[in-house]
Design a protein around this ligand. Structure first.
Ligand code: ADP
Length: 602
């Protein structure tokens, strides 16, 4: 879609409105303090300026006539109210006092603004991650992990810069307003002239706000590409090296990095252009106005000096104001990106998280005519009815794509049946029971995820209050005691995704982690598929030892893993094709392996 500068400008104002509402809703009090300190900063600047008048008087500049005279007599009145005699020394002391106050206010203001910025970024990150973590798996499964990570990190940082710039806008406004009010007292005609000129320059530069916003959107897109590329390339380094494709990866990442640099340089170009316009235009306008003041309006020298001072303070503020406005336009798309993802994730939130009802599992799990079809592609499972008694071992067998993982995800509550019901003993599992049900499940799949930390921390992640004895029992059940022999034992570090261990060791450790929870249902989704025969046998032996103590559901496309199960469910193309023990199935179908599973998958 081609966004015109006018639309981009309108979008900036709309999202600035949404941004300010969110900022106030999250940090109202702190923002208010920051605003008050900004106003105080403006006032101290004004007070410092006013003190120049008695100083000029003291060094002999005529400040008694015209508008300066009015200000000068107001200051003398203020001095006498404080029982001070207006002189160079008292004026200098007062000036030093005002500057001290101003520096203190400025320090508070900087700290408050930064704390608003950082708390806002933290707040945005926290609520965004909460929304993502609470979203349904169905939504998360089709989202890009790198995109979520990018929004949580880069884009949230850019929101911080936008926050800082919005608060800077307010400071510039406060200080400029105070100076303009004083300048109006000194010479209304000239100041209106300055305001009209400044206003005209700001309006002329409005186009640049639209351009900055579009550039900000491009930067968001470019950094998203960079993030995705970086995450994917680093994750794929092993395969890239084995295919000798590193140089191709280097070239493609370099291209993305260049695009990011180019978009950022373009943004700087737009912003630097505005600044030079302001500087050149400002000097020309100032010279013209001074000439008018001196020659046409014949203002006294004191008034002209003060006006020169005021204008030389206002001009950089106006330039900084325009700069901050463009920066806000440039960084606000990041806020839009964080909000878009949050709203999308919240729309996909898992229903009802509080008030979890307990689930008692002593007799059986029953799926009754359960159907679940994925949003895209129409794959899934249809009309599945199974009854798995407590303590038994069930194997769900079938070729790739038959719907086994979908069935596992239904059993552990990641997916909810679109039709049909799931019952545990007498409880029909609905949203209120999910957390009670999940607490009773141990789950291991093919892509074992181990965190880059110690063995102990990886195990405690599943069951934070487990004791060392509990850990040893779980390790022994899972035939994973080898970890105790690692240097450091339970405190041995596992490396990125547990890469210090072999595939079989990782699987056994993952099984120990699942068993540490003392689950009532142990779900193993292709947990042995990637293992060699010896390692698979170790895990199958461990599972056999668990028989009767917990229910085991073994999802596999390998018949070797399914032979010992109490019941084998054969899935084909999302349907339950047959069920029974190995022997009964063999009697009915011949070898169930030959009946359903392609020879190369056995
Ligand atoms: P299996 O575990 O038996 O290999 P799956 O349950 O993973 O089978 O997949 C069953 C069908 O559903 C397949 O056709 C697969 O393409 C599809 N499928 C699985 N997950 C998704 C998903 N997240 N989105 C869309 N389709 C999916």
């Amino acid at each position: 879609m081609n966004v015109t500068p006018a639309t981009a400008r309108r979008d900036t104002w709309t999202s600035l409105g949404a941004f300010c509402r969110t900022l106030f809703a999250m940090l109202g009090r702190r923002v208010l303090v920051a605003l008050l300190l900004s106003a105080a900063l403006g006032l101290t600047e004004g007070a410092g300026f006013l003190l120049l008048i008695p100083m000029l008087t003291a060094v002999g500049v005529d400040t008694g006539s015209g508008s300066v005279g009015m200000l000068a007599s107001a200051i003398s009145r203020a001095f006498s109210a404080l029982h001070l005699t207006p002189s160079l020394v008292t004026a200098l002391f007062a000036y030093a006092a005002v500057i001290t106050v101003q520096t203190t206010v400025s320090r508070w203001q900087v700290i408050t603004v930064l704390s608003v910025e950082l708390h806002f970024v933290a707040g945005i990150r926290k609520r965004l991650y909460a929304a993502v973590a609470r979203a349904r798996w169905q939504y998360l499964a089709r989202s890009r992990a790198s995109n979520i990570a990018q929004v949580l990190t880069n884009e949230a940082d850019r929101v911080g810069i936008a926050t800082y710039q919005v608060l800077q806008l307010i400071v510039h406004l406060c200080v400029s307003t105070v100076y303009l009010a004083l300048a109006l007292r000194l010479s209304a005609t000239l100041t209106i002239g300055v305001m009209l000129t400044g206003g005209a320059v700001l309006i002329a530069l409005q186009r640049r706000i639209g351009a900055s916003r579009r550039q900000g959107e491009r930067t968001s897109k470019a950094t998203e590409h960079l993030f995705t590329a970086a995450v994917e390339h680093v994750a794929a380094l092993r395969i890239a090296k084995s295919y000798g494709a590193e140089e191709r990866h280097v070239a493609s990442l370099a291209a993305v990095a260049d695009t990011v640099a180019d978009t950022q340089i373009e943004a700087i170009r737009i912003s630097a252009g505005s600044r030079s316009w302001f500087e050149v235009g400002g000097v020309m306008a100032l010279s013209l106005l001074l000439w008018i003041g001196l020659r046409v309006l014949q203002l006294p020298a004191g008034a002209v000096m003060l006006l020169l001072y005021v204008y030389s303070r206002i001009m950089p503020r106006l330039s900084a104001f325009q700069q901050a406005l463009q920066d806000v336009a440039y960084y606000l798309p990041a806020f839009a990106a964080t909000e878009r993802l949050r709203i999308e994730a919240e729309r996909e939130a898992e229903p009802v998280r509080d008030g979890a009802d307990p689930v008692i599992f002593r007799r059986h799990i029953r799926l009754d005519h359960v159907t679940f079809v994925h949003d895209e592609g129409g794959g899934g499972v249809r009309e599945i009815t199974v009854d798995i008694p407590f303590g038994s071992t069930a194997a769900i067998l079938g070729p790739s794509g038959a719907g086994k993982s979908t069935l596992a995800d239904l059993l552990c509550g990641l997916y909810r049946p679109q039709r049909g019901t799931m019952t545990v003993d007498d409880t029909a599992i609905d949203d209120r029971h999910l957390s009670g049900w999940k607490a009773q499940i141990g789950y291991v799949n093919q892509d074992t995820f181990l965190f880059n930390t110690s063995v102990r921390a990886n195990l405690l992640w599943a069951c934070p209050d487990a004791t060392d004895d509990g850990i040893r029992d779980a390790l022994s059940l899972a035939a994973a005691e080898f970890v105790l022999d690692l240097p450091g034992g339970l405190d041995a570090e596992l490396g990125d995704r547990g890469q210090r261990l072999s595939g079989g060791e990782r699987q056994r450790l993952a099984l120990a982690r699942a068993l540490l929870r003392k689950p009532k249902l142990l779900l193993l989704d292709e947990a042995t598929s990637a293992l060699d025969a010896a390692n698979e046998q170790r895990i199958l032996d461990a599972i056999r030892r668990l028989h009767g103590t917990m229910t085991v559901v073994l999802i596999t496309h390998r018949t070797s893993a399914a032979r010992d199960a109490d019941t084998i469910y054969l899935l084909e193309d999302g349907h339950l094709a047959a069920s029974g023990t190995w022997t009964t199935l063999a009697d009915r179908l011949g070898n169930p392996v030959n009946a359903l599973i392609p020879a190369h998958e056995v």
